[in-house]
Ligand binder design. Sequence first.
Ligand code: SME
Length: 163
Amino acid sequence: MHDFTITADDKPTLYRDLAAALKGLVAGEPDPIANMANAAALIFESVPGLNWAGFYRNVCGELVLGPFQGRPACIRIAFGQGVCGAAAATLKVQRVDDVRSFPGHIACDAASVSELVVPIVRDGHLIAVLDLDSPDAARFDEEDEAGFVALAAVLGRSLAVLL
Ligand code: SME
């Protein structure tokens, strides 16, 4: 049994503890779906203010829904489409304070207002994107971005097997 209870008053501590817990969860486990599933659960349990946390995998140049926590979501997203597709096409983090003003945003859950999408890259190749949604406007700041980029780096090292 894994009993990770992560609570922290400040974001640097929260994300440092999360990265340590994630490293422990994925250590020695090569299965990418299992690792993404545990990562989604860990993030959703530990980070306040989220209504969706999960993955879209790069399957032959198209984003396909992976393990997540939250409401059922769109299954396939083209590169370049919406916030996730923008992250996949550019390999750049997308931090959007209000998705309603993001051109092409895909509204899987009408409750989502702000969104952070972090590409997971290994050896220059996009493996997946980590997608976080919040019902609060501007939920994600630079500290959240840095924290999730660090988590994506842990996952990039652990998701060696292509999905
Ligand atoms: N809103 C996303 C789609 C994925 S859902 O939020 C889970 C987007 O525009 O890429």
